[in-house]
Design a protein around this ligand. Structure first.
Ligand SMILES: O=C(O)C(=O)C[C@]1(C(=O)O)C=C[C@@H](O)C=C1
Length: 127
């Protein structure tokens, strides 16, 4: 795929969205062997391209950590729910959810609220 195609969005009829994800959220592999390879940097300037590649190493580390933490949190949240319901308690504790929503909102603003809603849903399922 060329830079021009990257900038102008997905090829017509590919079913992909501008960020590269398909309608179902999956990312198509860039190579036939399934290895996504090294995505283009979006610049032709070598120094800028080198710096972008360097920064992306750390971004990829952060993303891996976020995914691990997301999965760990969801598993812990599910365990809390299982323990509570097995002991005759409620599936949810809304006051606790409110406190978590407020924690994320005060740290990150409106996006924090959206993030917290997704985190809570990952653990206890949709309301
Ligand atoms: O802390 C709890 O009691 C949980 O059950 C975990 C959790 C969460 O994911 O943070 C999930 C459901 C509850 O309604 C509140 C919070």
């Amino acid at each position: 795929m060329t830079d021009v195609m990257e900038q102008s969005g997905a090829p017509a009829g590919s079913g992909a969205t501008p960020n590269g994800a398909g309608r179902d959220g999956t990312i198509a592999a860039g190579r036939p062997d399934g290895d996504p390879g090294s995505p283009v940097t979006g610049t032709q300037q070598p120094d800028a391209a080198a710096r972008i590649a360097e920064i992306r190493v750390r971004i990829d580390e952060i993303d891996r950590t976020l995914i691990e933490l997301w999965q760990e949190r969801a598993a812990l949240s599910q365990e809390v729910g299982t323990v509570r319901m097995a002991s005759g308690g409620t599936r949810l504790v809304l006051s606790r959810e409110q406190a978590i929503l407020e924690r994320f909102r005060s740290a990150l603003g409106a996006d924090g609220t959206q993030l917290a809603l997704l985190l809570l849903r990952a653990g206890r399922g949709p309301l």
